[in-house]
Design a protein around this ligand. Structure first.
Ligand code: S3P
Length: 171
């Protein structure tokens, strides 16, 4: 399969790191939220609002099954809850982008499009609940990962280089 599958909490920078990996390597990248949005012709936020989270998770499952069956040699960035898919480890080498919750929020807030970044993520609308979700998920993320990259205070470009170096062992 030789895929790399990027997991981690909302806002940690999976998309930015994926774009840098694409620049620094021959990997093509795809994103599970983008696939879902084009399947449904709706934004993730709208799917949550209109169809509900359970339906969104069922779409993630369809994507996970397709990835396992049909995708090779690709860097796959995922939504923060995609790691729950039972076949995750069959899709590729799992790389966790890790950072403390407060650093993730700081990172989002200093972005020029901060308001939009917060608005498009329904599960970040209540920061207290989001922190709880982070604390519940982090040990699960760690357990599933083959490689962990601490992204705190590092540029996406540096993270991408670290990722490409570490992933060589699994190629
Ligand atoms: C989610 C994360 C989002 C998106 C959806 C649910 C989650 O993706 O898939 O809003 O459960 O953590 P990002 O991690 O890209 O924000």
């Amino acid at each position: 399969m030789n895929n790399i599958i990027l997991i981690g909490f909302m806002g940690v920078g999976k998309g930015s790191v994926a774009r840098e990996v694409a620049k620094n390597s021959t990997y093509m990248t795809i994103d599970t939220d983008d696939l879902i949005e084009s399947m449904e012709n709706k934004k993730v936020k709208e799917i949550f609002e209109v169809d509900g989270e359970v339906y969104f998770r069922s779409l993630e499952k369809s994507v996970a099954l397709w990835l396992e069956k049909s995708v090779k040699n690709t860097l796959i960035s995922t939504g923060g809850g995609f790691y729950k898919q039972k076949n995750l480890k069959k899709i590729g080498t799992v790389v966790l982008l890790d950072s403390p919750f407060d650093e993730i929020i700081k990172r989002i807030k200093k972005h020029p499009n901060a308001a939009r970044k917060l608005k498009k993520r329904p599960l970040l609308s209540d920061l207290k609940a989001a922190k709880k979700l982070y604390e519940q998920r982090r040990p699960e993320y760690l357990k599933l990962s083959d490689i962990v990259i601490n992204v705190t205070k590092k540029s996406a470009n540096d993270c991408s280089k670290e990722l490409l170096k570490k992933v060589k062992k699994y190629a």
